[in-house]
Design a protein around this ligand. Structure first.
Ligand code: BJW
Ligand code: ZN
Length: 255
């Protein structure tokens, strides 16, 4: 494993086996809250992150929602407002450029903020849902993107309460999405792990699965994670700084 710090950014690509890659190389980007941090959206587990101020059991679990749905709806309304004010940052925008270079590529995100799509990324798989959608807590029926009536407790025609369409602790991820995520991970030749603490399962398995299936793995994070000792290249830096530089290196070597 090679570790690079920002000071080496000028020669980031020095360690990458570019000769193995071409425009047909399959590339998968796996992202977490850290990629949106430079857009001003707080992460969960970093110092000052959401879980240092708010209790995940009360706000991001089915038990918390059943106990106090209004508290949960208010918290999600507050987060949606903050996300609406945010814009995609250079890391999201670099992925759009990478996807023009490597046409066979996809984004698997744990984020619920839509910033990948807003940046023009394509083939985006939202593993933990989307904060702008809602669904019924009972029958699961999606209620689409709609207005800010969502701060009030409302009910589905089946009698179930409407809730944000996100995956809370103790809930299973959508099977089809998870299978697709493992397929994209197992089949790619370059796997980027960007701004995730690699602590929340089953998503956290993906970087390890990529490595086991022969992908060249590049992790970019401001801190080390459980994957850092396993990745081919660890870049200790902000994604919005390292990824645009890395794109230039790939562009020069591959296009
Ligand atoms: C930067 C940066 C910059 C900062 N540039 N980098 C014991 C009890 C109960 C459950 C479990 C248990 N043990 C294991 C489980 C399973 C549980 C789990 O994994 N828990 C662990 C925490 C221990 N998982 C689940 O419950 C999942 N379901 C499941 O497993 O079903 C089967 C099952 C059923 C019943 C029982 C047990 C299993 C579901 C997980 C759902 C996660 N939901 C959330 C909320 C989503 C909705 C919302 O947004 O409101 O998803 S929690 C939160 O964590 C969110 C994220 O998607 C997810 C991952 O976090 P992420 O993205 O990695 O963010 P951070 O903050 O952790 O990290 C940010 C990183 O960025 C840091 O490393 C920084 O250094 C870095 N960074 N700035 C680059 N500029
Ligand atoms: Zn319903």
């Amino acid at each position: 494993m090679i570790e690079l710090t920002p000071i080496f950014n000028a020669m980031l690509g020095a360690e990458i086996p570019f000769e193995k890659f071409s425009k047909d190389t399959r590339v998968t980007f796996f992202t977490g809250a850290g990629i949106s941090a430079e857009s001003g959206i707080p992460t969960f587990r970093s110092t000052g992150g959401l879980w240092s101020k708010y209790d995940p059991v009360k706000l991001a679990s089915p038990e918390g929602f059943n106990e106090n749905p209004q508290l949960v709806l208010d918290w999600y309304a507050w987060r949606r407002d903050a996300i609406r004010l945010a814009d995609p940052n250079p890391a999201h925008l670099s992925i759009t450029k990478f996807q023009k270079l490597f046409h066979d590529s996809a984004v698997i995100t744990q984020n619920v903020d839509s910033l990948h799509s807003r940046a023009g990324n394509n083939s985006v798989l939202e593993l933990h849902g989307n904060i702008f959608r809602e669904r019924c807590n009972n029958c699961g029926e999606e209620n689409g993107l709609n207005s800010d009536e969502r701060t009030k407790i409302r009910y589905c025609h089946c009698g179930g309460m409407l809730r944000p369409d996100v995956v809370w602790f103790g809930e299973t991820l959508e099977n089809q999405k998870l299978e697709q995520a493992f397929e994209l991970t197992g089949a790619c030749q370059i796997f980027f792990s960007l701004g995730t603490s690699t602590q929340v399962y089953p998503a956290a398995q993906l970087p390890f699965y990529a490595k086991e299936h022969g992908a060249y793995t590049i992790e970019i994070n401001t801190e080390r994670t459980p994957f850092s000792n396993h990745t081919d290249l660890f870049i200790k830096d902000a994604a919005g700084h390292a990824l645009p530089n890395l794109y230039e290196e790939f562009y020069a070597a591959v296009s």
